[in-house]
Ligand binder design. Sequence first.
Ligand code: UDP
Ligand code: MG
Length: 307
Amino acid sequence: MKKISIVVPCYNEEEAIPLFYEAFLKETSGMPVEFEFVFVDDGSRDATLPAMEALHERDERVHYISFSRNFGKESAMFAGMENTTGDYVAIMDVDLQDPPALLKDMLHGIEEEGYDCVASRRVTRSGEPKIRSFFARAFYRLINKISQTEIVDGARDFRLMTRQMVDSILSLREVSRFSKGLFSWVGFKTKWLEYENIERVAGETKWSFWKLLLYSIDGIIGFSTAPLAIASIAGVVFCIAAFLMLLFFFFKTILFGDPVAGFPATICIVLLLGGIQLFCIGILGQYLSKTYLETKNRPIYIIRRKA
Ligand code: UDP
Ligand code: MG
């Protein structure tokens, strides 16, 4: 019998963990596979770890990893995947926004249809603030224009993968991880299952608008160097404009003389150019800082307790 490892990242999810476990077993009963659970406690401040320990006591298929602090969902998924032993690995949120019942179709996609990965994609964003949906859509449009790697709109981390694909993802050891990009970067044949957005069962979302914004910048910097090219192009455009203006003022002065005027315009131009320069240096700085962080080669997570 094949074994499926379920990786579940959890951050302050004491209420959701038992609900997830019960619902999971109910919805997947009858599947002809063995399960293994790897719960990852991402430095929670509530009783998430005791909830995991309780499950571990009850069910020997349940394992857990507890981080020394909050490292973020990306690190939690990585740690979880690194500690799985199954033939297939699935990543699931603990809030039941990823319906366990879909696992049957996912398994079918891999075993019968020959895919390496079956992933899920939500086609609606109901229950989400309008403004957030707007920015999310804009982000996907932008990143797909400037990145070679396809980033699928609405793709969730919920997916079932073969051991081969999981091992390839684990071989990418970068510290700023943007999974939506990494999954697609490693390639392999992926089938997409679509479903409607589901609200979480308990607790609340861990993603503030600000966190999402920073995460999207990680995505852009991790999977595109277009902003660097944009900075260079802006430089060239402004050089050409400056040269044309130089010619214009040179001949204007020769023909009509040079009464001193245009002081406000000068200030505006100085400010504009200063702004553009700082902006471009900022872009450089973003890439430099990511490079700096990566060269330190720090571990992606640190374990405090594990079972
Ligand atoms: N999560 C985590 N570390 C974090 C933030 C979130 O492990 O720093 C987990 C969280 O417990 C949940 C999953 O990642 O199982 C998805 O988080 P959430 O439901 O808050 O995100 P949303 O579904 O709103 O995008
Ligand atoms: Mg959620």
